[in-house]
Design a protein around this ligand. Structure first.
Ligand code: ZN
Length: 253
């Protein structure tokens, strides 16, 4: 017998999966990235945070959801000039998601939710939702891990610009996977004064692509030194509560 919640496909036998399919309505797919996270976080950061968050969400939704193996690579072209970064092309990611859908749909899974921990994946997930919903005739959803806890960020985060290897991300890691953080190397983002990035940031009239080194010399945006396990717990648990309620809303009663 399967040892108990949550349903994680990687740790189950096929008879256990078959049994779980009597209640499961949703496949949860963790999605991260392999990319530079400055001097104080390892490059698997987003992949590990997505997986750890997704495990907890699968637990909360038990027995209505199972989790697929995590996708540890994402769209990281903007980080490629830092060593160690590996990026998928958007078309590769969509093809990979389509293959997951086509493998699980014949077994009765009609709804898919990508738990994404990397901002660079969001635009491609928007396209995937459009294409896969129509072409594969399924329901496709995606959520950025703690994005629904924006009010918690606004309450605690003082940096004007943050979002990469910053106080938010360090806090989430200290709570979910502290081995990702090099505590003795914690550094503030070294933002460049010059550069097109200030003209292209979200909220600007003009949008466009820029490389990360145009914006930050050490690869961070924000101040990781201000991160704490406590803030990570508040962010993650608030987001889990909101997201699991939103997911239950789209499932059958
Ligand atoms: Zn990250």
């Amino acid at each position: 017998m399967h040892a108990g919640p949550p349903f994680l496909l990687q740790q189950m036998t096929w008879p256990e999966v078959k049994e779980a399919l009597r209640t499961v309505q949703l496949a949860i797919i963790p999605l991260g990235a392999q990319e530079q996270h400055g001097p104080h976080m390892t490059e698997s950061c987003d992949a590990v945070l997505a997986e750890q968050f997704a495990i907890r969400l699968t637990e909360r939704l038990h027995p209505l959801a199972f989790m697929t193996p995590p996708i540890a690579l994402g769209i990281s072209s903007h980080h490629l000039h830092f060593p160690g970064t590996i990026s998928l092309q958007p078309s590769t990611l969509i093809a990979l998601l389509r293959d997951i859908v086509r493998s699980l749909k014949p077994h009765g899974i009609q709804r898919f939710l990508v738990i994404n921990a990397h901002g660079g994946n969001q635009a491609t997930l928007g396209v995937a939702a459009d294409v896969l919903t129509r072409e594969e005739e399924i329901e496709f959803y995606y959520a950025k891990t703690t994005a629904s806890a924006k009010d918690v960020m606004d309450k605690h985060i003082r940096s004007k610009v943050y979002g990469h290897s910053c106080e938010r991300e360090v806090s989430e890691a200290l709570y979910l996977a502290p081995e990702l953080v090099r505590q003795e190397r914690l550094a503030k983002g070294e933002l460049t004064e010059e550069g097109r990035w200030r003209k292209l940031r979200p909220g600007s009239p003009l949008q466009g692509f820029y490389y990360y080194e145009e914006m930050t010399t050490n690869g961070c945006i924000g101040d990781g030194r201000q991160g704490s396990r406590k803030l990570g717990e508040e962010l993650v648990e608030t987001a889990l509560t909101r997201l699991s309620a939103a997911v239950r809303d789209i499932l059958d009663p």
